[in-house]
Design a protein around this ligand. Sequence first.
Ligand code: NAD
Length: 357
Amino acid sequence: MVAITGVLAARAHRRLDATYGFYILGGRVIGCRSRLATKLIPCRLIILVNVKRVITMNSLSIRRVTVAGAGVLGAQIAFQAAVHGFSLFVYDINDGALEAGRRRLEGLKAAYDGNGIASPDQTAAALARTTLSTSLSDALADADLLIEAVPERLDIKQAFYTQLQAVAPVKTIFASNSSTMVPSQLAAYTGRPERFLHLHFAAPVWQHNVAEIMAHPNTNPAVFEALIAFSRQMGMMPIPLNKEQPGYVLNALLVPFLLAALQLLVDGVADYQTIDKTWMIAKDAKSGPFGSIDQIGITTAYNITRNMAEQNKGSGAARVAAYLKEHFVDTGKLGVDAGQGFYIYPNPAYLAPGFLT
Ligand SMILES: NC(=O)c1ccc[n+]([C@@H]2O[C@H](COP(=O)([O-])OP(=O)(O)OC[C@H]3O[C@@H](n4cnc5c(N)ncnc54)[C@H](O)[C@@H]3O)[C@@H](O)[C@H]2O)c1
């Protein structure tokens, strides 16, 4: 038998969910084997049927990455990838948003330098290989992977993917960083469901370095594998999920916890410092729920509670969303990133000596 240079597992028939091995020699398919068969079988038919679905491992190597949305998480994802050697484009909708993104990236350099996460030379090189643009087509030129970090609103994300599919190169994989949606809610808008899945980060990305990877039933398995490899390459711990789950693992645990804390506050049971103090002492935690909400950013917390309120009218989430809007969103107290949320930064009271006494 001649040397086999590569094997590609591709989902060959969606309805039967059969997985075939394609044996490739010098870029040419020389045989096929179903998962259960013991010998190679002629595979012309399989290839003809599936030629559009076959993605070679070579074409999935990720080097150029585009991040859409230069907000709290978009900037962190971009900087973490750039520090690990990827070429980065960052896209946002207008000059003001892009300028805010540039300031976030520069702030991240200081955070990485100050905490010894990377050397000043590495972080300077990361900034140098990061290009910001308000042109989506420029930002996507030759992109292997697009990571979407636009606001947590279904209408905004659906409109974004509709716009994106018209300008993205055919090869580009799309990954959403949505906190609470599942890929099936967005796949139809991407124009390439087999190259679409979710890649979810936690803030701050360099410190809480998990990357949850969630496919929908029609995501190509090779794309799923490529994102696991990419996550490792950008310094994350990949967490591949077996099935779609709103909130992945992390937010399935975290969102109800944070919502419970907000409801205690809105219902007047205790003030936010008392709630944080309780959690920090009882669970030996470095911060409480309100410190976490500031870290996540009030905009995202508001969007999530607003979405929950829309799905479940009259629920406690509606009162929480109204509270966040009145006291934080409308007053610009948007969390750590803005210098003030529940606490004032960079030295929040919950880290001060004596807070827990
Ligand atoms: N903040 C967190 O801790 C966190 C953690 C994990 C995942 N996420 C998810 O990441 C996504 C972004 O969250 P964030 O906290 O960075 O929000 P953010 O509000 O800080 O930033 C959103 C950015 O998207 C930009 N934007 C708005 N419309 C856009 C469009 N049509 N195209 C491109 N950019 C657009 C905004 O100008 C802004 O810069 C959300 O889906 C959120 O659920 C957030």
